[in-house]
Write a protein that binds this ligand. Structure first.
Ligand SMILES: Nc1ncnc2c1ncn2[C@@H]1O[C@H](COP(=O)(O)OP(=O)(O)OP(=O)(O)O)[C@@H](O)[C@H]1O
Ligand SMILES: [Mg+2]
Length: 359
């Protein structure tokens, strides 16, 4: 996969700083940045990795550290509302703020994994035959890190599982592929043995965020984000129970209200059974001012969660589709920083981080 390089202006837009600051800080950080070849001006050409490295350098320089570490699930029981798209964009934008971000693909259809440039169906032999790096293949997923799976003999370490699509300082990914589906069956066995499978993900995080387990050390991550499938399954419930927040994209059409009321129901069930539930954040996606009536209905429906509605939204934009075909492996917020959609996404990312008390 060859990625287009970024000029200074695009880097400045992505980081929300001046072009002078980009030049100065990238020199000070000692980043290895390519220069435009030929006789013309030797313009800097940043790789996406350079940009995340610069973001991390600036976070260190200005002493930006997370006030609180958060676990977030992006979930709505309705398909196609933008869960995966907005997870991939927001994870990248959080990392550009200088945060350490881990995204976990919980959908065996692996759209998030694919959107970051990996191919869950590619075999190692095919990769070698076609000259693709074997890192394009997906060998492991979250299931392989859980005790349920380890009983079947496989014991990868976190580093064997992790993907780093934009380098060390970009978001890290626990990818997915089709065998993740087996996790549901393993959870069902647990349920029969009264082992509370819905708490497996919460336990996994609690045990590995302390940094004591060197094989699976999650202590560095400020934000852990789960991209949940639309399925109402045990894996999704497990992620929700493990989370501080649930971001629910709603697509502003008439079935949105159904989806939100189902989710509200799940949260109150969790409150009853486990005495906890993640705080609800509703994100208007495919936002359209002419459909404010739907928004009003959603707001009315969530009266018990008065602060749930996020006051920044993401409009419907053709750019999301274009990026899928033109900028393989890159979310829109990175590929087209000057687009309206990217600007809206940056605003959403900012208010989310404030609302979740991370910065
Ligand atoms: N704001 C938007 N404007 C236009 N298209 C969008 C927008 N948000 C998402 N899309 C497009 O909608 C489609 C579905 O998005 P996505 O896969 O993120 O949804 P999802 O909720 O994760 O779906 P699933 O329930 O299948 O997991 C994709 O083609 C995506 O590019
Ligand atoms: Mg999805």
């Amino acid at each position: 996969m060859t990625r287009k390089p970024f000029k200074v202006q695009a880097v400045a837009t992505l980081l929300g700083i001046s072009v002078d600051a980009v030049r100065r800080d990238s020199d000070d950080a000692g980043l290895q940045i390519e220069r435009q070849p030929g006789d013309g001006p030797k313009t800097r050409l940043f790789s996406i990795e350079n940009i995340f490295d610069l973001a991390a350098y600036r976070a260190k320089k200005f002493g930006i550290t997370a006030k609180a570490k958060r676990i977030v699930t992006v979930y709505a029981p309705k398909g196609g509302v933008g869960k995966t798209t907005q997870t991939s964009n927001l994870a990248a934008l959080f990392a550009l703020m200088g945060l350490k971000v881990l995204v976990v693909d919980l959908d065996f259809q692996a759209n998030l994994t694919i959107s970051y440039g990996y191919d869950p169906e590619l075999t190692h032999t095919e990769a070698k035959d076609t000259g693709l790096p074997v890192s394009t293949c997906v060998d492991y997923h979250l299931g392989h890190l859980l005790p349920q799976w380890q009983n079947s003999g496989q014991l990868p370490r976190l580093n064997d599982v992790l993907k780093k699509p934009f380098g060390e300082n970009g978001p890290h990914l626990i990818p997915s592929e089709v065998t993740l589906d087996r996790l549901e069956a393993l959870f069902t066995v647990d349920a029969i043995m009264s082992k509370k499978p819905e708490l497996a993900i919460a336990r996994f995080l609690a045990e590995n965020r302390s940094g004591r387990n060197l094989d699976i050390d999650l202590s560095q991550y400020d934000v852990v984000m789960f991209d949940a499938p639309p399925a109402k399954n045990q894996t999704t419930r497990g992620a929700l129970l493990a989370s501080d927040y649930v971001i629910a994209p709603v697509s502003m059409e008439k079935y949105s209200t159904k989806s939100v009321s189902y989710l509200a129901g799940v949260l109150s069930e969790m409150q009853e059974e486990h005495n906890r539930y993640p705080e609800l954040i509703i994100l208007g996606n495919f936002y359209d001012m002419t459909r404010v009536r739907v928004a009003a209905q959603v707001i009315a429906l969530t009266k018990q969660y008065p602060k749930a509605w996020l006051d920044k939204q993401i409009s419907s934009s053709e750019e999301f589709k274009k990026v899928l075909s033109d900028d393989e492996g890159m979310p829109l917020a990175l590929a087209r920083p000057s687009s309206t959609a990217a600007r809206e996404l940056r605003e959403v990312a900012k208010v989310l981080i404030e609302k979740m008390g991370v910065l």
